[in-house]
Design a protein around this ligand. Structure first.
Ligand SMILES: *Cc1c(COP(=O)(O)O)cnc(C)c1O
Length: 406
């Protein structure tokens, strides 16, 4: 076993060369603020392009997906201490955005397949829930048919945290367009890399007008959110309705970020198909190990993964730790969500939640055996083979190469 084929999974794909020319132009002119140009600033163009790409009416680019989630909750006009149901398996940014919006996160159980447990979701929805944030964690889509039906019946708005789901589809529809508002991330480990950045999409003129103003469109800068010549009386009326009525949180995106993002939009389809090919190739091969299982996707779901999650079978906590060490020795870094100290995706570390995070036995059990490895779209087949070899050998190192555990 050599480690020389093991790729660095943290190296990003180069930013397309077109970005350089645009960044040079922006640096020459110093035109970095989205509201300096009278129209068509790079951030405004990004918003139009992104909304068109996803099939949404409106988009608002901001400083991060966390900012987009926060603004979404503020845009819904939730009262202080509103109860927001979120999955017990997500990134700490999600309960944080709920707390930031002066709301109270309520957690529900997640199954072994990393998706929301619909029975538990339904039960908790009865507990005075005012809004729902569905976090498609690591791009694993929860059952949106069941979720939308349950929420529609109770008139509860749904925000989709699609930070890691750009390019994922549900019954052929883009994830992020199913709930009232969808939020995406341009942080470096997501499908499109600007270092930092986020965007929200919606068809709701009132919600986007509120979010635009609160994101920092002071005075009449909201006019620059309407395409030139575009006559949208509904949107204009919503902006006028909220003029001077809302606090400004200043979570805007800079033109430099937009210049880095825009040329990557054209690469999305390729990244999605490469990422899916890589994921499915590795997932199939890992299933040959008696000690590893990769949960299936849901039937209506078309995935866009840039990482892989799998569960260890028949291993104790110590064996699980030994597996992660053996994989690291073989050059592949695997994180067990529930076992690494202070992991931001383990709900018991969200001590900032008012009253503390509740116990979620089913989610905890999953987190103690669920492994996370990055699998960027740019990896080659030989590199994938070396990752497969490292992971399956690490499991055999710990358990021996016996039959599939029962
Ligand atoms: C990355 C991520 C976030 C946070 O995105 P930022 O742009 O870093 O704020 C939120 N939710 C999920 C599921 C994520 O993967």
């Amino acid at each position: 076993m050599t480690q020389q084929n093991i790729p660095s999974v943290y190296d990003a794909e180069p930013i397309p060369a077109e970005a350089r020319a645009e960044i040079d132009r922006l640096l020459q002119t110093g035109d970095l603020f989205r509201y300096t140009a009278p129209e068509d600033a790079p951030v405004a163009l990004l918003e139009r392009e992104f909304a068109a790409l996803l099939g949404a009416k409106y988009a608002l680019a901001v400083s991060s997906c966390s900012a987009a989630l926060f603004l979404s909750l503020k845009a819904l006009g939730l009262p202080r201490d509103a109860r927001v149901l979120i999955p017990g398996f997500t990134f700490a940014a999600v309960p944080s955005s709920v707390v930031h919006a002066d709301c109270v996160p309520v957690l529900c159980e997640v199954g072994e397949n990393y998706r929301i447990d619909i029975n538990d979701f339904q039960a908790r929805l009865e507990d005075s829930i005012d809004a729902v944030v569905i976090s498609h964690m690591r791009g694993h889509t929860s059952d949106m048919d069941a979720i939308m039906a349950l929420c529609a019946a109770r008139n509860i708005p749904v925000v989709e945290d699609a930070a890691h789901s750009l390019g994922t589809k549900w019954h052929g529809e883009n994830i992020g367009t199913i709930g009232r508002i969808g939020c995406f991330s341009f942080q470096s480990y997501k499908m499109i890399n600007a270092g930092e950045g986020g965007i929200l999409i919606t068809d709701d003129a009132d919600a986007v007008a509120r979010a635009v103003i609160m994101s920092g469109a002071y005075e009449h800068n909201w006019r620059k959110h309407m395409a030139p010549g575009d006559n949208s009386p509904e949107l204009e009326a919503a902006f006028e309705r909220w003029q001077n009525k809302l606090p400004l949180y200043n979570l805007r995106m800079s033109n430099l970020s937009a210049a880095v993002i825009r040329p990557q939009l054209g690469h999305l389809a390729r990244r999605v198909s490469d990422g899916l090919r890589n994921h499915d190739y590795v997932a199939n091969a890992l299933e040959n190990s008696p000690w590893i299982t990769v949960p299936d996707k849901l039937a209506p779901e078309e995935r866009a993964p840039d990482s892989i999650q799998f569960n260890l079978v028949g291993m104790s906590d110590d064996e699980t730790r030994a597996f992660a060490e053996a994989a690291a020795e073989r050059g592949v870094k695997v994180q067990v969500f529930g076992l690494s100290t202070d992991n931001a995706r383990a709900f018991w570390n969200w001590e900032f939640i008012p009253g503390g995070a509740p116990e979620l036995p089913q989610t905890r059990k999953m987190l103690m055996r669920a492994c996370d490895a990055r699998l960027p779209a740019r990896l080659t087949m030989p590199e994938l083979d070396s990752i497969i070899e490292a992971l399956t050998s690490a499991a055999s190192d710990v358990k021996g190469a016996y039959a599939k555990a029962v």
